[in-house]
Design a protein around this ligand. Structure first.
Ligand SMILES: *[C@@H]1O[C@H](CO)[C@@H](O)[C@H](O)[C@H]1NC(C)=O
Ligand SMILES: *[C@@H]1O[C@H](CO)[C@@H](O)[C@H](O)[C@H]1NC(C)=O
Ligand SMILES: *[C@@H]1O[C@H](CO)[C@@H](O)[C@H](O)[C@H]1NC(C)=O
Length: 279
């Protein structure tokens, strides 16, 4: 506890609301990514030549990030829309949402993963309980010193707890950027690569709105504390799943989860990773 407080002293907490111009840079795509409506809307586009992507201007160490996304409509097979937090380097930490497209009317897959100190292999995949291409839906990452919680429209779908006490590394020392991209992955994305991208349907477009974050901005020089005096503003830093959250996760996992590394006996014949019995 003392130790994490020391870390927190180095950061400045900010509440960011909604302006893509202020908080993000378009990082690639040669004009295919666009910030519109005075920073309220961002669109990514993919065609045969290139995809596109953006990244936060700041790095964060802990945060609660909400992003509304409307995924590529129609035939999106072969496309992948990503939204993730990541640090850099070979022992990086990463928290991933990836949306794997599909033929019209067939379900997207929401793919999730958590990397700690360069090691991932913690995939869980879900179908969604709505059509993610019809409207904007909120995809959230809560990352605080106790746990990482992935949520969809406020419903938690996955939790990765801080289990350092059991010897499992937890992301808490490396600041991360927020990234998003739209790219072609038809070698693996749709039905394991069986369905290819139909380029006659290009450009493929995903849209983003209502970016909202409470987060600790990384700054090597700032002496500001991460915590403000306002306990409401800081509540996310100690937020955890309550009993309603626990039962929502169970509901999602029993009805919509289609892959869980923690039950993949073929992949882990010698026994599951240690966090599987503890999360
Ligand atoms: C696409 O649809 C097929 C058939 O319903 C399904 O098996 C698959 O999981 C869906 N999603 C992806 C990304 O392949
Ligand atoms: C918090 O409150 C204390 C005492 O009321 C005050 O001295 C301090 O400046 C406040 N800090 C912030 C970040 O508002
Ligand atoms: C604390 O923060 C919340 C949310 O930003 C705000 O609504 C409230 O007015 C703040 N309270 C004080 C005492 O500043």
């Amino acid at each position: 506890m003392k130790k994490s407080f020391l870390f927190l002293m180095m950061f400045l907490v900010v509440a960011l609301a909604g302006n893509f111009n202020q908080d993000f840079d378009i990082t690639w795509g040669d004009g295919r990514a666009k910030i519109l409506e005075n920073g309220q809307l961002l669109t990514l586009s993919l065609d045969k030549t290139s995809g596109s992507g953006f990244r936060s201007k700041n790095q964060y160490l802990f945060g609660k990030i909400d992003l509304k996304i409307k995924l590529v409509p129609g035939n999106s097979a072969g496309t992948v829309t990503t939204y993730y937090l990541s640090s850099i380097g070979s022992s990086h930490d990463e928290i991933d949402f990836e949306f794997l497209g599909n033929l019209s009317g067939d379900p997207y897959i929401l793919h999730t993963n958590v990397f700690t100190q360069g090691k991932g292999n913690r995939e869980q995949q879900f179908y969604l309980w709505f059509d993610p291409t019809k409207d904007f839906h909120t995809y959230s990452i809560l990352w605080n010193p106790q746990s990482i919680i992935f949520s969809v429209d406020g419903t938690p779908i996955r939790q990765f707890k801080n289990l350092e006490a059991s010897g499992i590394p937890y992301p808490k020392n490396q600041p991360m950027w927020i990234y998003s991209s739209l790219w072609n992955a038809d070698d693996w994305a749709t039905r394991g690569g069986l369905v290819k991208t139909d380029w006659s349907k290009a450009p493929f477009i995903a849209s983003y709105r209502n970016y909202n974050a409470q987060a600790c901005v990384w700054s090597s020089t700032s002496s500001s504390s991460c915590s403000s005096n306002n306990s409401t503003e800081n509540s996310w830093l100690s937020e955890s799943l309550d009993s309603t959250g626990q039962s929502r996760i169970k509901w999602v996992q029993s009805n919509y989860m289609i892959y869980n590394y923690c039950t993949d006996t073929k992949r882990f014949p010698q026994g599951f990773p240690p966090e599987c019995s503890l999360n």
